[in-house]
Design a protein. Structure first.
Length: 479
């Protein structure tokens, strides 16, 4: 995110939570500054958390929170080469987290007009690391590349692993409207190793239509048991766009034939459908919709399968003659049956089986060019069950109320503050709190930002997890 012509900021975050499993969270903020035309400096800080909520936690598991800081200097003379050096150190850690100090250097060199080589080497508390890559412009339409990376990381069971990956590929532009690629991907280390093959195509037949397809197949081997998993995956997608209507659809299929410790084979298939559309009914009214559906089947029986459906339809209103007001009315149907991978050995669901109908109304009004107020109300008619063999659903209604204020300041900056209330009538519980965020506009139709949620719940009533307290990052695109 550019702040000035010399200063830029980058923020990113990732969180994964498994009930009765491993929770990981990583938040990173980086700043870059161009000292001169050739020299630049960047620094950043990264905070990550590991917490295992498994009934039986492995003794090798690493838990706790760690904060790392890094600084890098880069020199780019604008010719055939460039180089950089970096240093990283752990500034805070708790639990049994190991320090992650590291020092390294890297760069790239263009041997010819068509051939470039990139490399990096580093060493630190977690061991050696590095990567090397090449890129060759075989012709004006064909590019060849070869990349190898060596990383040191922690697996989900807490064991330290060193993983290497090698990727060789070719990308060819067939015409101004089409391109294809093929890749060979080999990974060694971690829990799985093996070779997979991937290919894909992108096609824009006309200005309004676009098509794409991809496929991947290969064999992976478990590093602990040597059991093999044969994987096949494929996907196709298409899109259509005009001034008043946009539509996209995709189908993805994956099949895993996994060898068990007793040498028997189990087959799991996954089929995913994704659909989105937008339709402008009048200059004031727009209609939006989404339909996602997935089916997961296992050769072990219906008990080991799963399913997921989410259907959304909404109407957006922004009167042309009074564009200070905007409104969105939305209905969501949500049905989720988690697979047995998301269940405990006692057949207790790690996630609820959920059937929900959610209706919501969101309003925003611009008081001035700088100040806006808004609000949201949502209601859920839901049912949940913990037993998948003989589901016994019980009601799970909810009410959500939000009051919001936005302030636009300086050039391209915006801040937002909310107060929220979530009421759960079935258990006579009411939660409330606040949320604040700041955003930076990147052009007219995109803004990125970061904020802090002081509550533990989400404004998405289909999300039944209460683990949303903390820092978040957000990207918002408009048209």
């Amino acid at each position: 995110m550019p702040v000035t012509h010399r200063l830029s900021l980058t923020a990113k975050g990732d969180q994964r939570t498994e009930d009765q499993g491993l929770e990981t969270r990583a938040v990173e903020l980086d700043m870059g500054f161009k000292l001169t035309d050739k020299w630049s400096f960047s620094t950043g800080v990264r905070d990550d958390l590991r917490k295992d909520r498994s009934p039986v936690v492995p003794l090798t598991q690493e838990q706790g929170e760690r904060t790392d800081a890094v600084a890098q200097v880069k020199f780019d003379p604008g010719g055939v080469w460039r180089a950089y050096a970096f240093v990283q150190d752990t500034v805070a850690a708790d639990g049994n987290r190991l320090d992650n100090g590291r020092i390294g250097a890297g760069g790239s060199y263009r041997l010819t007009e068509r051939f470039r080589i990139d490399g990096e080497a580093s060493d630190g508390d977690l061991g050696l690391g590095g990567k090397v890559g090449t890129s060759f412009l075989y012709s004006e339409r064909t590019n060849l590349y070869l990349n190898y990376s060596l990383e040191n990381e922690r697996a989900d069971n807490g064991q330290e692993v060193r993983q290497g990956s090698l990727i060789y590929g070719e990308k060819r532009r067939l015409s101004d409207s089409s391109s294809v690629y093929v890749e060979e991907r080999y990974q060694d280390g971690g829990s799985m190793s093996g070779l997979t093959h991937a290919t894909g195509i992108n096609l824009v037949t006309k200005e309004r239509w676009n098509f794409g397809g991809s496929a991947e197949f290969g064999k992976l081997r478990d590093s602990q048991t040597s059991a093999e998993t044969k994987r096949k995956a494929a996907g196709i997608r298409l899109g259509y766009g005009r001034e008043r209507i946009q539509f996209s659809s995709a189908v993805e299929y994956r099949r895993d034939d996994a060898e068990q410790p007793d040498t028997t084979l189990t087959k799991r298939t996954l089929l995913l459908f994704r659909n989105n559309f937008k339709l402008q009914l009048t200059p004031d009214w727009r209609m939006i919709g989404k339909l996602d559906h997935s089916i997961s089947n296992s050769s072990l029986g219906e008990f080991f399968g799963g399913g997921y459906t989410e259907a959304v339809v909404g109407y957006a209103y922004r009167p042309v003659l009074h564009d200070r007001l905007s409104a969105l009315v939305k209905y969501t149907y949500f049905y989720n049956v988690p697979t047995t991978d998301q269940f405990t050995a006692q057949n207790t669901a790690a996630e609820f089986i959920q059937k929900s109908h959610v209706g919501s109304l969101d309003l925003t009004y611009d008081l001035t060019s700088k100040w806006s107020i808004g609000g949201k109300y949502a209601h859920r008619l839901g049912e949940i069950s913990l037993d998948r063999d003989q589901p016994q659903f019980f009601d799970s209604p909810a009410h959500l109320g939000v009051l919001r204020m936005d302030w636009r300041f300086l050039t391209g900056w915006e801040s937002m503050a909310e107060v929220r209330m979530l009421e759960l009538p079935d258990i006579t519980q009411r939660n409330s709190g606040a949320l604040a965020a700041i955003y930076r506009y990147l052009g007219k139709n995109l803004k990125v930002g970061a904020g802090y949620n002081f509550t533990n719940f989400s404004d998405d009533l289909t999300d039944l997890k209460y683990n949303h307290k903390g820092v978040f990052f957000n990207f918002i695109a408009t048209k």
